[in-house]
Every structure is written in structure tokens, then in C-alpha cells.
Design a protein around this ligand. Sequence first.
Ligand code: AMP
Ligand code: ZN
Length: 132
Amino acid sequence: MDGCIFCKIVNKEIKSYIIYEDNVAMAFLDINPLTKGHLLIIPKKHYERLSQIPEEEMKEFSKSVLKILKLVEEKLTKDYNILVNNGKKAGQEIFHAHIHIIPRYGEEKLFNWTTHKLTEEEANEILRKFKS
Ligand code: AMP
Ligand code: ZN
């Protein structure tokens, strides 16, 4: 898609550090890594969000994702976070679907999440939404 930075990476119009590429997917280093080896996996075809990838293409993309995960495990580490920022409020800044792979080495302090204990009321409210 015109103006999309990840499409430009797919088309080799801008520099990137590609670690894997096949017909449907590509994995390259994030230019602002959270940890050493932080990389992004993208479908080569432009979709804004992961959930917009058609089922058949998702099947092929998933195979590539699995290959890349195995590569990461073989070459870097078996410990990593998989993160998808799906939508603006979830922190998505580049609207070409992508999966972050964030290797973990033990010392880094990431994702300082604040949680609360799930209440019965809250759980039931969500369950009602899914059941309606
Ligand atoms: P997100 O917030 O999930 O949309 O993350 C987009 C990610 O893309 C960020 O972590 C950026 O550092 C990364 N990024 C942006 N431009 C490039 C680029 N040209 N090459 C590699 N990574 C990029
Ligand atoms: Zn794109």
C-alpha cells in the first residue's frame, strides 16, 4: 500500500535487517528494539490488522510464523514474548499487521502491568457479552 513503511520494506525500497523471508511472510529487526534481537513478523500482503488476514492466507502465514519462532529458538533464545498491538488504543503505530517477537534474557524489566483481582460481577458482564 502506498505510504506504508512495512510495504516499502517488503518491496526493498527502504533498508531493513531481514532475518527470514518467503512468499507470504518476512521477519526483520525492529529499529527500536526493546531487547537484543527484537524482531517483527509481517505478512507480505498489506492488512491493517492481524484479524483482517483471510483464513486461507492466515494458514500459510501461520506456517511461516512457526518457522520463524523455531529459528529464534535455535539462534537466539527459547524465552521470548509474542506481542501484537492490535489497534490504536492498544499501541499500534504502524498499520500493517505485525507480530513483535521480544527475546528475554532474564534481567529486563518490561511490561510493568497493573492488574486487579477479577470480580464475579466483571466476569459475568464479559461472559454475557460473549454469550449474546
Ligand atoms: P507498533 O506499535 O506495534 O505499531 O510497532 C511498530 C514497530 O515498528 C515499532 O516497534 C517500531 O520501532 C518499528 N518500526 C518502525 N519503523 C521501522 C522500520 N523502518 N524498520 C524496522 N522497524 C520499524
Ligand atoms: Zn503495508
